[in-house]
Design a protein around this ligand. Structure first.
Ligand code: FES
Ligand SMILES: [Fe+2]
Length: 382
């Protein structure tokens, strides 16, 4: 497992050439891409340190002084709101020797490094460096390295890359496609954090895999999603690995009945209105007529990842007298369906690490998986 990359990238690209064939002739991605530590390292450089990443909601740090620390691909950074109410992102790495200056989340007036007490303001600027009286170094304009940051519909996007593509260009394909996900009219009811023993891509693929839904999820929500007559998958494939589709699907509850108020922007539409979308590389969005879910998948190692699930509702849902009880039941439902998926992706991970694994043919219902993985291979094997 996690063997070093033993074949050159060019050969790997060749090995994955079948992924690019027309869908009826295409096969899934070779196992190395899910099992190799070297490829995980390449992904970090070429994906996670390169592109825009959705890392949270501005409502998670609502007040001046609020901060939270995040770990992405083994890098630690801070999201903090300063006195002026602006959100900044900066590496959690002291300018002196690199110690993490803060952990967890909370509210602070400043950040004092625990090692030699260099002090930083809420924007990550160095304020004082005690006893550095003889240094010739210019410490006046020092700061912890800043990350690019944009807030879009309440979502915080950052980029480790000091010169990423413009955020407007990045988000443009989703501006109209994500009309269904009016998250600025909603707030977070809960954020679930679930570790899964699989490569992060297996979960990203699983989250757009409509093929497995009536089979694996027959005991939870599988029966509430309607197949179309032709048994096709009418997904729109967006530039740079994005995707979106609408479907008829009942709300997420054990009976398929709606337990929360209708989303206000769906007024006049039926209760089985539902849609899904994905923003490359690792954000997946899901809407039922009474709820929104946002799923982020973060790599921990080649064979381990963590899923962050944001459960969101419009403001009026929180005023329901039975909201807390309904939320508990709904969380139980989501936990059950994630457990169903987790059992499969863990099994997939075993296969990816086996010398006997041969990638099998793709179904026409796996068009979005092919789309995402083509973009992935373009980036990683370029
Ligand atoms: S490492 Fe932070 S003050 Fe020395
Ligand atoms: Fe699933």
């Amino acid at each position: 497992m996690n063997a070093p990359l033993s074949i050159p990238l060019l050969d790997l690209r060749e090995k994955a050439a079948h992924v690019y064939r027309d869908l009826p002739e295409a096969n899934h991605v070779p196992g190395e891409f899910y099992a190799s530590a070297s490829i995980a390292k390449l992904e970090k450089e070429r994906i996670f340190l390169e592109t825009w990443l959705c890392v949270g909601r501005s409502e998670e740090i609502p007040l001046p002084g609020d901060y939270t620390t995040c770990q992405i691909a083994d890098e630690s950074f801070v999201l903090a709101r300063n006195e002026a109410g602006e959100i900044n992102a900066f590496m959690n790495m002291c300018v002196h020797r690199g110690v993490a200056v803060v952990s967890g989340k909370g509210n602070a007036q400043d950040f004092s490094c625990p090692y030699h007490a260099w002090l930083y303001d809420l924007s990550g600027n160095l304020v004082t460096a005690p006893r550095m009286t003889q240094t010739k170094a210019e410490l006046k304009n020092c700061r912890m390295r800043r990350l690019k940051l944009e807030v879009w519909r309440g979502w915080i996007f950052v980029s480790f890359n000091p010169e990423p593509m413009s955020f407007d260009d990045f988000i443009a394909p989703y501006e109209t496609e994500l009309w269904w996900f009016q998250t600025d009219q909603c707030r977070i009811a809960d954020k679930m954090v679930i570790e899964v023993d699989c490569n992060w891509k297996l979960l990203v693929e699983n989250l757009v895999d409509v093929y497995h839904v009536p089979v694996l999820h027959k005991g939870t929500f599988g029966g509430f999603v309607k197949k179309n007559k032709a048994d096709t998958f009418d997904v729109r494939l967006l530039p740079r690995g994005g995707w979106a589709y609408e479907q008829k699907a009942r709300p997420h509850s054990s009976t398929g009945a709606r337990t929360f108020p209708m989303l206000p922007w769906l007024k006049g539409m039926s209760e089985d209105t539902s849609c899904r979308a994905g923003i490359y590389p690792n954000l997946s969005l899901s809407m039922r007529s009474d709820s929104l879910r946002m799923w982020q998948v973060w790599p921990i190692s080649a064979s381990k990842c963590v899923l962050h699930v944001y459960l969101m509702f419009p403001h009026e849902a929180f005023d329901q007298p039975d909201f807390s009880a309904n939320l508990e039941e709904y969380k139980g439902f989501i936990t059950d369906l994630v457990a169903e998926d987790a059992s499969m992706v863990v099994s997939l991970q075993h296969a990816m690490q086996s010398p006997f694994y041969e990638p099998g043919p793709m179904s026409h219902l796996e068009a979005a998986i092919q789309h995402i993985m083509k973009k992935y291979l373009d980036v990683v094997t370029a």
